[in-house]
Design a protein around this ligand. Structure first.
Ligand SMILES: Cc1ncc(COP(=O)(O)O)c(C=O)c1O
Length: 451
């Protein structure tokens, strides 16, 4: 393996360390991005990498898709920003019509915008409280919803996020999310689903009056927890529970939305319709944009200015998002996500037969988790393997990361080709072999912190 040439990258990383606050970064390796196209990234020293991270699932249509770049250029030449709090613009209306059309639910909807997945989660809490007149929110353990106070109050993934940060929003109750790979007992998916639903049912009977709960906010596939796909019966049961108590079911689609899972939205895998969806990340194809799309009756007369930001629904971001919807539809990227996802999942499962290090391969479409374990029986997480394999993959030309300590994150742009995917798989297998042969130094662990 030829070592990477990294002179400029290392210089920039050193300079970065001197002026940037560490709280905003989870480091993997010293990659300074210079250029990105489709499923490829080039660093400041000219090294090229296949991208299995897609800027954290934020560029589903691929980096710098020409159609998106053109939309951005055209809009930027017309005007970059005029706050939508006071004035109106066409990209905002075009995009909102598209979002009302593509989101689940055959009913009238309304849209409200923000700048990040985090603020959209805050907005969803505010909307749910306002519209129901109730205060309590049900969320799930090991979820990540973002860094603003509302989103952080919903999240429960990592201690450093919450340590010395309290108090958080009151009346947010966290329940366990079904994990069928590391379940609390060995049982069928239905039994595991029922157990988890029962925890909520019992809480509603004992100490959380269901009629005081405004919303259940849930990722239909729990992303940063390591791509946990809950049983269908769990999601259906949750919908029924919400119906029984007049609670809003809000699908948090920031990471799983926009074709990532082989459907427009992750919730569509479960045959239920939420009352609202929370969008971010890939919505803007790399530009900062978030949205809440909800049933019209919930939002139609929300008092102003209950939720507004100067730059929310920025014209350039909306133009990029609208072009992205068109690209996804015209290039058939949803079907492609399903097809390439199935292909990758099959290939990883084949690798699993030869490498017991791979404990589980799970996901939908191009949202795949490859869970590394020390022991197939105990399913103990192999954090060291995940860190070293990601580092080694980078050295060999693949941007790979992990979450939940041990789960390789397979979320490439949806435009990735079979050849690129095959090369990436080859790199991952080589990196696994290097790890198992003890060829990756412990020094790597000082650099790779991971999620
Ligand atoms: C599921 C989910 N929700 C919310 C967020 C927060 O989004 P943002 O970082 O844009 O605020 C993330 C980011 O990783 C996420 O994965």
């Amino acid at each position: 393996m030829k070592p990477l040439h990294l002179e400029r990258c290392l210089r920039t990383v050193e300079a970065d360390k001197a002026v940037l606050c560490s709280a905003a970064r989870v480091p993997y390796y010293p990659l300074v991005v210079k250029k990105a196209r489709g499923s490829w990234v080039e660093d400041a020293d000219g090294n090229r990498y296949i991208d299995f991270l897609a800027s954290a699932a934020a560029v589903n249509v691929g980096h710098c898709h020409p159609r998106v770049v053109e939309a951005v250029r055209e809009q930027a030449e017309a005007f970059m920003s005029y706050t939508a709090v006071y004035m109106y613009h066409e990209p905002l209306v075009c995009l909102s019509e598209a979002l009302c059309r593509i989101t689940p639910g055959n009913f009238p909807k309304r849209v409200i915008y923000g700048l990040s997945g985090s603020d959209a989660n805050d907005g969803a809490i505010k909307l749910a409280r306002w519209t129901t007149g109730r205060s309590k929110i049900v969320a799930f353990q090991r979820s990540y919803h973002g860094s603003t106070y509302g989103a952080l109050s919903l999240s429960s993934l990592s201690l450093p996020m919450r340590r010395r940060m309290g108090p958080f929003l009151p009346e947010v109750y966290h329940f366990p999310y079904p994990d069928t790979f590391r379940p609390p007992f060995s049982g069928t998916d239905e039994e595991i689903a029922d157990y988890h639903l029962d925890l909520i049912r019992r809480a509603f009977a004992d100490y959380i009056p269901g009629e005081e709960v405004a919303a259940v906010i849930i990722e239909p596939i729990q992303g940063d927890a390591g791509i946990l796909v809950p049983p269908v019966s769990f999601m259906k049961g949750l919908r029924s529970l919400c119906n029984d108590h007049g609670i809003l079911l809000i699908a948090e689609e920031v990471q799983q939305g926009f074709g990532r899972t082989g459907k427009w939205f992750g919730i569509e895998h479960f045959g239920i319709v939420p009352d609202a969806v929370i969008l971010g990340k890939a919505l803007g194809s790399g530009l900062p944009l978030s949205a809440i799309v909800a049933r019209e009756d919930l939002m139609a007369d929300w008092d102003a200015p209950a939720h507004c930001f100067t730059h929310a629904g920025n014209a350039v971001c909306c133009a990029a998002a609208y072009a992205s919807v068109q690209v996804i539809e015209e290039e058939g990227l949803i079907a492609r996500s399903e097809e390439m996802g199935n292909y990758l999942m099959e290939r990883f499962r084949a690798l699993q037969d030869s490498y017991p290090l791979i404990g589980d391969v799970r996901g939908k479409g191009l949202s795949i988790g490859v869970d590394l374990v020390k022991d197939g029986k105990t399913r103990e997480r192999h954090g060291e393997a995940a860190a070293k394999i990601c580092y080694q993959a980078w050295q060999k030309g693949l941007l790979l990361s992990f979450f939940s300590g041990s789960v390789l994150r397979i979320q490439p742009p949806l435009v990735i080709t079979r050849e690129e995917a095959d090369r990436a798989l080859e790199i991952i297998e080589e990196a696994m072999r290097d790890f198992l042969a003890g060829r990756i130094s412990d020094e790597v662990l000082k650099t790779v912190k991971g999620w």
